[in-house]
Design a protein around this ligand. Structure first.
Ligand SMILES: *Cc1c(COP(=O)(O)O)cnc(C)c1O
Length: 234
């Protein structure tokens, strides 16, 4: 069990930092959604965070999303929270995400898009998605290359049951958040420069515990904050 007062204090400190980053960037606080990344923490932690006023929660594994969202349903099922699936997804888990997630942040292949679209059609819903782009120069991560992103986005226009909100990235690990500012900026420019079949891309999912303020200054609409809220993961 978390200490409710300690959680409230951490949340207030993060809220303050988000507000200040918005102010520095001349943005409204309402433009930024705080996604509380609850992976590895028990459902009780989510419930306590919900009681403290948080609505959006992120999970990175389909199985863990399932365990939590079956007990605490998301908005699209009439519940009071929004579940964001933020991690890489295998096609054989697409069904769970369509059944339980409100938003998917890690769309990175056409075959996965096909499967999600097919499942979403069966479920009579539209799944809001972000396309994951690897804007760092690391080779091991998931995501489209910037070069391939535009063509991929155009192909997604054929899927009636996916709603592409924008782009998502995982920045390189860095001690100094300023070091990843160019990556966030690159993602924003990629989204702003897109003139294809999907129309304007309004949303950017970028920034985590170590770098969310820089991400907000660079245009993030969704920051995914885990350890700074819930504590370090075992
Ligand atoms: C775990 C995770 C986060 C949150 O990381 P923290 O450093 O704990 O804030 C954000 N995005 C993704 C995709 C993650 O897997």
């Amino acid at each position: 069990m978390m200490d409710a007062d300690a959680f409230a204090a951490r949340l207030a400190a993060i809220e303050d930092r988000i507000e200040k980053a918005c102010r520095r960037a001349g943005r409204a606080r309402a433009e930024v959604t705080l996604v509380a990344v609850s992976k590895t923490f028990p459902l009780e932690a989510v419930e306590e965070a919900r009681a403290a006023g948080l609505v959006d929660f992120g999970e990175s594994r389909a199985q863990e999303l399932k365990e939590k969202a079956e007990r605490l349903p998301g908005r699209w099922q009439g519940g009071s929270v929004r579940w964001h699936m933020i991690g890489h997804l295998q096609r054989n888990k697409a069904k769970e995400v369509v059944a339980l997630a409100d938003t998917f942040h890690a769309l990175d292949s056409l075959r996965l898009a096909e499967e999600l679209d097919r499942r979403a059609a069966q479920a009579s819903r539209t799944l809001p998605c972000f396309v994951q782009v690897n804007v760092s120069d690391e080779e091991t991560k998931f995501g489209l290359t910037p070069h391939n992103t535009e063509a991929f986005l155009d192909q997604l226009a054929d899927f009636d049951h996916l709603h592409v909100m924008g782009l998502m990235t995982l920045a390189s690990p860095a001690d100094d958040p300023e070091a990843v500012r160019p990556e966030f900026r690159r993602l924003r420019r990629l989204a702003e420069g897109y003139r294809g079949a999907l129309g304007p891309l309004g949303a950017l999912s970028m920034g985590m515990s170590g770098d969310f303020e820089v991400a907000i200054e660079e245009g993030a609409t969704h920051v995914r904050v885990g350890s700074a809220l819930f504590g370090s993961r075992a």
